[in-house]
Design a protein around this ligand. Structure first.
Ligand SMILES: Cc1cc2nc3c(=O)[nH]c(=O)nc-3n(C[C@H](O)[C@H](O)[C@H](O)COP(=O)(O)OP(=O)(O)OC[C@H]3O[C@@H](n4cnc5c(N)ncnc54)[C@H](O)[C@@H]3O)c2cc1C
Length: 378
């Protein structure tokens, strides 16, 4: 059953929709062309409460339900993929603190993050540990009233602009995933945090990603929860993050399908709109079906968010199906645009470039299949 969205939440989504068409969509091509950081939208998004959509009211958030949050992220991604990617990276950071931090840390960091006064980043991946983060080699070794963190992270969204970075590091290097702990690092005031230049990526060019080199000290009070709980926290955060990647995928796919429908009605070939050709009608029908199925799976996972139940499998189904379906939908939409779809005068090629990473980050399609198969075989 597709979950319903409450009236007051629907009003928030409508307000975000209006903001998307008035502010985000008109700037999306420019962000892509000029690799402009989507952070330029932060003040306006902060005014709408968007930076705290995932957080409870006690920390200044607007506490949208899982399904409403899904719809809001979908709308933002449909208007500007880069902005959605920056926003969801911020959510990975705040969710880490919400799910893993103690009350003092939550009260210290989350209200500013919810209000958009600060921007977060989530640093799990390392040059030698992407799909299997338990192999990480960054360490956090006790030193006085804190920890000395040493290591390197890569591909960290938002890091260059972040006010706080949630860094995952091993407090017990011999214990694999059980030795991982998480820490809040404040890169703007902490010595020994070096951020490398923005990576040159294929898509989501306004959602900047950076390498981080760490040789810094943080106080004990910046640790999230008990030592050794970091890996579990990261996995729970990614259960939510993967639903948000599905939302980004269906948001862009929806925009691509709408563009294809409108173009097919307008474009004349041989004296007919190309929408008259059954071959293209079937492409549109397949895309609409893919999109409906992707949304249904993702909403099913989103409805479990915050219930206390585990939903790793549902979240893997959602990410796997939505990201692969979105690719098919955008590819068909580009095909329907013919040669014009391949030019930068239309957004189709950007949609495809932006979508491609969704099958890789927050656990590749192969890793989602591994999670699903593990559930089947256990
Ligand atoms: C634009 C962008 C933004 C990102 N943002 C962040 C961020 O904010 N924070 C963060 O921590 N990370 C981030 N990442 C990192 C991202 O999550 C990793 O790139 C991803 O998890 C894959 O890791 P990897 O690149 O090391 O690939 P690898 O782990 O080296 O994988 C290479 C290939 O092997 C496959 N593979 C690996 N293991 C298996 C297996 N067991 N079975 C089958 N196939 C397998 C993979 O699917 C892939 O096809 C970002 C990456 C990019 C490009």
């Amino acid at each position: 059953m597709i979950p319903t969205i409450a009236e007051d939440e629907r009003a928030v989504i409508n307000q975000i929709d209006r903001f998307c068409s008035k502010v985000l969509a008109p700037k999306a091509a420019q962000l892509d062309e000029e690799s402009l950081f989507a952070g330029l939208h932060l003040p306006a998004m902060a005014d709408l409460g968007v930076l705290g959509m995932n957080l409870p009211e006690e920390f200044g958030g607007i506490a949208l339900s899982g399904p409403a949050l899904y719809c809001a992220i979908e709308a933002i991604a449909g208007a500007c993929g880069s902005t959605a990617s920056m926003l969801t990276a911020h959510f990975l950071a705040t969710e880490s603190i919400l799910l893993g931090g103690d009350p003092d840390l939550k009260n210290r960091v989350l209200p500013d993050a919810a209000a958009g006064r600060t921007l977060g980043a989530f640093a799990l991946t390392e040059p030698q540990a992407g799909s299997n983060p338990a192999d990480m080699s960054t360490t956090a070794i006790r030193e006085g009233d804190g920890y000395r963190i040493k290591g390197a992270k890569c591909f960290i969204s938002n890091a260059g602009a972040a006010d706080f970075i949630v860094v995952y590091a091993k407090t017990d290097p011999s214990a694999g995933g059980r030795g991982v702990s998480a820490f809040v690092v404040d890169p703007k005031v902490t010595d020994g945090v070096t951020i490398s230049p923005n990576e040159r990526t294929m898509g989501l060019k306004g959602g900047h990603v950076f390498g981080i080199s760490l040789e810094c000290w943080v106080p004990v009070c910046n640790r999230l929860g008990a030592e050794g709980t970091g890996f579990r926290t990261a996995m729970k955060v990614l259960d939510n993050g993967r639903i948000e990647v599905a939302a980004q995928a269906t948001g862009i796919a929806d925009a691509a399908l709408k563009a294809a429908i409108s173009y097919a009605k307008d474009r004349q070939v041989g004296g007919h709109p190309i929408a008259d050709f059954q071959g293209l009608q079937w492409m549109l029908a397949d895309s609409a079906t893919d999109l409906a199925a992707a949304r249904a799976l993702a909403m099913q996972a989103a409805a479990k968010r915050g219930t206390g139940e585990r939903y790793s499998t549902e979240s893997a189904h959602a990410k796997l199906f939505a990201t692969e379906a979105a690719w098919r939908i955008a590819d068909r939409a580009l095909q329907i645009h013919g040669g014009y779809g391949y030019t930068r005068d239309f957004p189709l090629e950007r949609y495809l470039r932006d979508l491609r990473i969704f099958r890789i980050y927050e656990g590749s399609s192969e890793i989602q299949r591994t999670i699903i198969a593990r559930g089947l075989l256990s």
